[in-house]
Design a protein around this ligand. Structure first.
Ligand SMILES: [Zn+2]
Length: 163
């Protein structure tokens, strides 16, 4: 192997972490299988157990295809497992003002800053917009006052999931 700088002094690392790999990126902190990302794992290995990377002992350049897009990193981390900073599902069903689940979902996807969510808990009431939810926060919501539909909204690493 030769580095782009011309050096042949390449250090290769192969460490087995299996599902004990921890990776942090932006607001994410995830433990689980090794993400399929250049710099952490060589994508030709299909198992996600090994941290495999090589770098140049002269210039320090890591081998692999860069840059990595924000989406690629988030998708890879999303496949690792449950984030360490996952917020537990709240027990209270929250209240939103949408006539149908479809209308709720459409607004979440198009303009989460205009989706107002209210947790009617007597002890710990919360008021927030969907856009303010932390990544991996999950809430169950219903319309008020009819309760004719229910939905679960989850803030994912790349956006929102409504189911
Ligand atoms: Zn080099």
């Amino acid at each position: 192997m030769t580095c782009k700088c011309g050096s042949k002094r390449i250090i290769s690392v192969n460490g087995k972490t299996s599902d004990m790999c921890q990776v942090r990126y932006a607001e994410l902190d995830v433990s689980g299988y090794v993400p399929k990302l250049a710099g952490i794992d060589t994508p030709k290995d299909g198992y996600g157990d090994y941290v495999q990377y090589s770098f140049c002992a002269d210039c320090g350049q890591m081998r692999g295809k860069f840059p990595l897009s924000d989406t690629a990193i988030r998708n890879a981390l999303g496949e690792m497992g449950r984030p360490n900073n996952f917020l537990e599902v709240n027990q209270m069903t929250c209240i939103v003002q949408f006539p149908t689940k479809k209308a709720f979902k459409e607004r979440v996807m198009s303009d989460p800053g205009r989706v107002y969510i209210e947790d009617p808990s007597i002890f710990q009431p919360r008021y927030f917009h969907a856009v303010d939810m932390a990544v991996w926060q999950r809430e169950v919501v219903t319309n008020h006052p009819k309760r004719s539909w229910f939905a679960q909204i989850t803030r994912t690493a790349t956006g929102f999931k409504v189911e």
